[in-house]
Every structure is written in C-alpha cells, then in structure tokens.
Design a protein around this ligand. Structure first.
Ligand code: ZN
Length: 239
C-alpha cells in the first residue's frame, strides 16, 4: 500500500518545488523569456527576498542586546516576588510551576530560550526563506506572585516542582445562574441554594409543589415563590 499524503503535506511539497525553482532562477541556472508581467512579479519577489535578508540581519544584530534586556525583565519580576510561572497548555488549562522548575528553565533563562537562534545567528537562510529562527524561541515566562496565581479561575500544579499553591488542581467555579423554581427536580436534593439577593438558604432537603407555586425546604429556611420566581443554585465545591 502506498503512503497517503495529507493535503497539507502535498501543499508543502508543491511550495517547496516552487521555491526551489525560484531559487534556481535567482542563481541563473534556469532562465527563460519572461512576459512583462512575469518579469514584474519576479522583480518583486527578488526585492521582497532582499528585504527579508535585511530584516534577518537586523534581527541577529540586535539579538544579544535583546537577550540581556529580557533577562533583566525576568530578574525584575523575580525580585518583585513573582516566583511562580503560569503556562497555558494546549487544552487551555494553566499549569503552575516554581520559576526554578527544570521544566521551564528554557523559558526563564532567556539565553537558553534563544539558544537555537544564537547557534544560527548570522546564517542567513537564503533569499526565499524567512528563517530568522524566531519560531524556535521559548515562549515568554509568565511570572506571577502566589496571590496572582490564586486569583486564577483554574490551574493545576506541576507535579515535578510541586509548587506550594493552595490546591493541586483548582477548578473554575461555574457562574451561579438563577433558575426558575419550576425547574427544580429531585436531582437537586442535597445541593446548596441562595436567593437572587445572595442570602444563603442552605442545603435543599425537599420541595413542595402546589397550585400557588413551589416551596423549597432548605437547611437554613424555607423559600416559597411562584413557578417563575428565581433562586440560585450554588456551584458544587470541587476538590
Ligand atoms: Zn514545574
């Protein structure tokens, strides 16, 4: 059975072929008569490539200075008590590390963050590539104080450095939304309720439905109202 190539692989191969052809033309290996429009497009491509080269050169020239400045910013953050690093992961959960965690060293130490770029500094990738190496730079360390961490709606603690956050895993509290008394079912027995004004009613023990409406019998007090009157179900306490 042959290998089935995905559309993105095919597109990449096509682009690589086109770029290779352009490169050969630029080197004078391939030449043919061009129409004025082709000539204009070709000249534009050459001009654009020169611009990219210039940008790359400037990027590499300024790199050492930028790394020094970045390390200083990190140091300032650490000195301001921001000893925790919050990393957003692909599943949009936030993982909290100590800034000293080995797993995030490549982010915190900006020399390491720019290692790939430094290793390739000055190597221009040729006219037809943008290759400044920028994509390989480790992302900026999002440093926080413990207070700031605890204010996050949700997070989980890195299992490697085991930071001293209040919880190992904090779940986002659902925004309590009022619901109509008529929507309350037996599944809600044991859940906590409060009034829309925020007065706690306590745990729902039972409820009574009558022609006039619904009465909730809660651990703090009863709450009676019409079918469309509102009450607030408090989020479950997560642990
Ligand atoms: Zn960690």
């Amino acid at each position: 059975m042959g290998i089935v190539k995905s559309p993105s692989v095919l597109a990449f191969e096509q682009q690589a072929r086109e770029e290779a052809a352009m490169e050969l033309m630029a080197q004078g290996v391939i030449s043919f008569e061009m129409t004025p429009r082709q000539q204009a497009a070709y000249d534009e491509a050459v001009r654009y490539a020169a611009e990219i080269d210039a940008r790359e050169r400037a990027h590499f020239e300024q790199l050492p200075e930028r790394i020094v400045a970045e390390n200083q910013r990190v140091l300032d953050d650490l000195n301001a008590g921001k000893l925790y690093l919050a990393n957003e992961t692909s599943d949009s959960a936030v993982v909290i590390h100590f800034a000293s965690c080995a797993a995030v060293r490549h982010q915190v130490d900006r020399d390491v963050a720019h290692e790939f770029e430094l290793a390739h500094a000055g190597e221009l990738e040729g006219s037809w590539h943008s290759g400044s190496g920028y994509d390989y730079v480790a992302k900026w360390p999002n440093l926080m104080t413990l207070d700031e961490v605890e204010q996050l709606r949700a997070y989980r603690a890195c299992q490697r450095c085991n930071p001293d956050t209040k919880e190992r895993r904090k779940f986002a509290a659902l925004n309590p939304k009022p619901s109509k008394l008529s929507s309350i079912t037996i599944d809600r027995i044991g859940r906590e309720y409060e009034t829309v004004e925020g007065e706690p009613l306590g745990t729902l023990r039972s409820f009574t439905v009558s022609a006039d409406g619904v009465t909730l019998h809660c651990s703090e007090r009863d709450f009676a109202g019409g079918r469309d009157d509102l009450v607030v179900l408090r989020p479950r306490v997560q642990r």
